[in-house]
Ligand binder design. Structure first.
Ligand code: IMP
Length: 464
């Protein structure tokens, strides 16, 4: 059986990785984050059914039996970590080579985003500026928490420089070094004992036979190199990021599982060929209330969906809205509406190749319940030249003239609360079979409910 399983979001994040990871962790000992920071938002339910949203704390912090690791590839905001650790269980280790996010990173993120003519739609958590400092060799690593005097010296000189940068970007706020240090010191002291060489810890855990889950954050197509640049995050969200972000070698990776919704969502700007709705309209809304005021489905909209007339000019748009409303496709932390469209196999093929995925776990099957005709995008076609694309190219301009091409399947009424493959409606099984055979990849599980344990298993992720 595999000793290590890597989970990777196969789309643009928000695939439901947190709960999938929590389900896998029932049989595992260690949960590792290897990249990203508190831009992630993983919604989880503990054994009492209580809801937790974690951002930088690994998902294993809802369990007593799991040791949690924040690897060197992460950028860590100690204030968010402190919020996430409220009521957390299990041990936590932070890599001494992980970089810290400070207030000035957040301020710079906000300022740079507001100056961008074409917005990325960042989470404004300071992720990009923190990775810039890392790459520029001017960042502050968590290892300095163990050397408070050095940390203070470095932080004071960073604040001095960053205050000048803030002025350059037209930000009025300045960081007061004394006040900021005073505010942060209790956190520095609290988390210093948890800072270790996590690479060495992981090697010894593996030697002891512990089972390890690497928890992906964001998604493969938000990868700084292999994603839809520049609308990406600033880390390597793909398999390479697991190796560089932990210090482990490829020999330690036994299985790589991609997580994908049965439809597509994306938050923020950027390429999404299957977007069912007007990108600008959705992106300009900063919360749920605003969305419901402008877009809430009416009875006649529901009639169009119910008619199953998939050629109706509004069908795709209305189904996108139906899914957004029924599946609560709003950001876990920001409440921003997510863009929604049909499942895109062109996007998934790229993730399969880049990450060497062994298989997929599909999520949110129940959110397609009741939609009479369901589409899957299998390729992009250029109607003028006849050219086809089956894998997402690296640069958006290479897609000019291309349109998504869909196959259509019959929908089903209800999958909710079904736990056995043979009990799924035939049409739902056909949908899963279609994804599996078109991609030529194993499907381990299909989630059909929001809670841990709400899934149908096709193949045990822990067996060969
Ligand atoms: P950043 O990571 O905050 O710099 O944001 C860069 C892009 O990645 C934006 O489009 C964000 O919406 C997106 N992003 C970052 N983290 C997540 C995530 O956890 N889920 C989905 N999108 C994300």
């Amino acid at each position: 059986m595999p000793q290590t399983i890597v989970t990777i979001g196969a789309q643009w994040g928000d695939e439901g990785k947190g709960i999938v990871v929590a389900e896998l962790l029932r049989n595992a000992d260690v949960c590792v984050r290897s990249q990203g920071g508190d831009n992630a938002g993983h919604t989880l339910y503990d054994s009492n059914g209580e809801k937790h949203v974690v951002n930088i704390a690994p998902s294993g912090t809802i369990f007593d039996h799991v040791t949690n690791v924040i690897g060197n590839g992460c950028v860590v905001n100690l204030q968010t970590l402190e919020e996430n650790m409220n009521g957390a269980k299990g041990d936590l280790y932070i890599s001494d080579a992980a970089h810290l996010i400070f207030e000035y990173h957040k301020l710079l993120d906000g300022a740079q985003e507001s100056r961008r003519r074409k917005k990325i739609g960042t989470t404004k958590r300071g992720i990009g500026p923190a990775y810039v400092d890392k790459m520029n060799r001017s960042g502050i690593r968590a290892g300095l928490l163990k050397h408070p005097e050095l940390l203070e010296e470095k932080l004071r000189s960073a604040i001095d420089l960053k205050n000048q940068e803030l002025e350059f970007w037209g930000v009025e706020d300045r960081i007061n070094p004394d006040a900021y240090l005073e505010k942060m010191k209790p956190l520095f002291e609290k988390y210093a004992p948890m800072v270790i060489d996590t690479r060495a810890y992981l090697i010894s855990a593996l030697h002891e036979g512990k089972l390890v889950i690497f928890e992906g954050a964001q998604g493969s197509n938000l990868d700084i190199d292999h994603g839809t640049y520049p609308n990406v995050t600033s880390s390597n969200t793909t398999i390479g990021g697991v190796l560089t972000g932990t210090g482990l070698s490829h020999k330690e990776i036994d299985r790589v599982i991609g997580i994908s919704k049965v439809y597509t969502t994306r938050v923020g700007s950027g390429l999404m060929m299957v977007d069912g709705d007007a990108e600008d309209l959705i992106n300009n809304m900063s919360n749920k209330d605003q969305y419901f005021q402008q877009c809430k489905l009416t009875d006649s909209d529901l009639e169009i969906i119910g008619s199953g007339d998939s050629n109706h000019p509004l069908y795709d748009q209305l189904v996108s809205r139906f899914i957004r409303e029924s599946a609560e496709e709003f950001g876990a932390t920001t409440g921003r509406p997510r863009r929604v469209g049909w499942l895109d196999l062109v996007v998934l093929r790229k993730s399969i190749e880049v990450n060497g995925l062994d298989g997929l776990i599909l999520t949110r099957l129940d959110n397609l319940d009741g939609i009479p005709r369901i589409k899957i995008c299998t390729r992009y076609v250029n109607k003028n030249t006849g050219e086809e694309l089956k894998i997402l190219p690296n640069n958006e301009p290479d897609l000019v003239g291309f349109e998504p091409e869909y196959i259509e399947l019959k929908g089903w009424n209800s999958t909710a609360s079904i736990r056995k493959l043979e009990d799924l409606p035939t049409e739902a099984r056909e949908f899963v079979d279609c994804v599996k055979s078109t991609l030529g990849i194993d499907i381990y599980r299909v989630k059909n409910g929001p809670k841990q344990g709400d899934y149908v298993e096709l193949k045990n992720p822990w067996s060969y």
